[in-house]
Design a protein around this ligand. Sequence first.
Ligand SMILES: [Zn+2]
Ligand SMILES: [Zn+2]
Length: 340
Amino acid sequence: MSRPRFSLGGLLWATFAAIALCGLGVPAVADADDSVSSAEPRPPLVVVRTVGAVSDADARLACRALLAQLQVRCEVRAGRPTDVLASAFDARRAQIDARKGLELLFRDRAADALIEIDLTGADIFEDGKPFVFGLASLSDRIAIISTARLQSSDESLYADRLTKLVMHEAGHTFGLHHHAQDDCVMRRDPSVVSLDDAPTTPCRRCRTKLHRRARTLARPGQLALDRARGLLVRRDPDTARQLLLGTVWAGEYSSAVLHEFGIAFHKSGQLDDAIGILQFLVEESPNHARGHVSLGVALQARGDSGDRAKAIAHFKRALELRPEWTTVATHLAALERRTG
Ligand SMILES: [Zn+2]
Ligand SMILES: [Zn+2]
């Protein structure tokens, strides 16, 4: 294992200049070296935990539902008292603010969980709504589900309701958005009546997406990448750097994950870090066209002496690798005209 060569010195935060990849219209296609390894990786780990008065049987039911429908591992971990969510409690409404709750749960989450689903017996709400059954963060891959409004004397009806919510919120943690389709568990169900009419499974399209995502989420380094992104958004680049370094030192990453680390640091304004990571990437994987483009974009954004010339060289290298990449060619031509 070679030692990581990039320096991870601290930098001040800056606002992300929106010139990054979206500005270049980078097509969503994978480089050859972005593909997921053919060796079957371990499925992503989902941890289910309870907060307050929820039975472990509910947590086990949640795991069973996930294992039946998704390519995941699932573990029920020890429950925690309601105190964990105390500062998210809105006394006026006598409900938990679900967004604040998710933030608290992010800080308290299981260290090894790629996805965490927390079940609470407390009623929860989101601004502008009288209540919500659940809420998930697509980026942090964490969800909170309330059983407060699911209760029924009919046990199978209760189990059905909980299964639908678990599948729906888990879908979000896999990055899926709502899907306005009657036969899809990713549809919106704002009332118990609507929930009782909903299916317990995703539609075919969403199921395909979930299977694909499960493979992506199983990539080496994904857990550290997700955590680093969450930390960068919360303005904790030092801990994000430690995660990145640990991942690189352990050699537990793919080039695709390293590329996404670089983009995450760029987006959070940590340009020196982003450039260091992306340089390391293209040295390790010289044919990573997207890596060259992302490095060019980061160098151009930093704009130190010599950065523009280096950026031009990386855009050219990307075009050698992928001559059909017209958005990069157009961008390069404009940059060269401005450089004179
Ligand atoms: Zn939803
Ligand atoms: Zn769907």
